[in-house]
Design a protein around this ligand. Structure first.
Ligand code: 13P
Length: 278
């Protein structure tokens, strides 16, 4: 059990008709909480960080920690660059030993998305790293950009995109959005079903925070093999920090650190249980 590429985890999930949780991390406590949950549930996970988060959590500090945590884990763990914005960042992530990368060109016209994604596939190929790409527009924002208006993935375009790029995993837009949903989203399972029938690659659901367990299970039954969870873990950590500091007579850093890791652990564990029927 160790650091592994992402694709084999998704392929195994396909065989078992489950999904692998991809948990965003921004510090040591988040890494420790997520890995502890995966080990306790005896289930592989993906540790990921988005390029926009590197302002707060620099890659040169996060990457060695994430890769080392995966190497030392008792379960298989892939380490993924989520929503890469630049080819330089993809190269840096690969050089640190990330086993999966995503360049997010979903806002570009189809042909440009194909061209840039194809470049990333060529870059990742020598190290055997997995490549995820996105087609259509997931709502909300991942970081500090403007809100994106949802544009559902076109199933026929998805089929062409897969063939022309050689990607390993495809993030779909089916009414999902990053961040906390103001109201429960109505995911377009009809479109997901069509995308699943039109493509052969494992499908990825972004914007996992706030989606109900029933919706996760339905999405998994229609080919979703990777589910991204970020906001729920960041919120759990922030809430636990506040509760601890509000109640402690003399807040202690070490106790606070444990509370933070514990909050992320609980959130990750809860999601693993749903994604893998445990
Ligand atoms: P949430 O922040 O909504 O969980 O989305 C996570 C995500 O999709 C990261 O790419």
């Amino acid at each position: 059990m160790s650091l592994t590429a992402m694709l084999p985890l998704l392929k195994e999930a396909e065989k078992q008709n489950i999904a692998v949780g991809a948990f965003s991390v921004g510090n040591m406590e988040m890494v420790m909480g997520a890995v502890k949950a995966a080990e306790e549930m005896n289930t592989p996970i993906i540790l990921q960080i988005a390029e926009k988060r590197l302002k707060n959590s620099p890659l040169e500090l996060m990457a060695p920690m994430m890769v080392s945590a995966a190497k030392n884990a008792k379960v298989d763990i892939a380490v993924h660059l989520d929503h890469g914005l630049t080819v330089d960042c993809i190269k840096a992530a690969l050089s640190y030993g990330f086993t999966s990368v995503m360049l997010d060109c979903s806002l570009l016209p189809f042909e440009e998305n194909v061209k840039k994604t194809h470049e990333v596939v060529a870059l990742a190929y020598p190290s055997g790293a997995t490549v995820e790409a996105e087609l259509g527009v997931v709502g909300g924002n991942e970081g500090d950009t403007a809100e994106h208006k949802i544009k559902c993935t076109d199933p026929e375009a998805a089929r062409l995109f897969e063939t022309e790029t050689g990607i390993d995993a495809l993030a779909v837009a089916i009414g999902n959005a990053h961040g906390n949903y103001p109201v429960l989203p109505e995911l377009r399972f009809d479109i997901l079903d069509e995308i699943n029938k039109a493509t052969n690659v494992p499908l990825v659901l972004h914007g996992g925070t706030g989606i109900t367990d029933e919706m996760f299970k339905k999405a998994i039954s229609l080919g979703i093999r990777k589910i991204n969870i970020a906001t729920a873990s960041f919120d759990a950590l922030a809430k636990a920090s506040k509760a601890y500091c509000d109640n402690a007579e003399r807040p202690d850093y070490f106790a606070l650190s444990e509370k933070c890791a514990e909050a992320v652990y609980e959130n990750v564990k809860r999601h693993i249980a749903v994604f893998s029927n445990k």
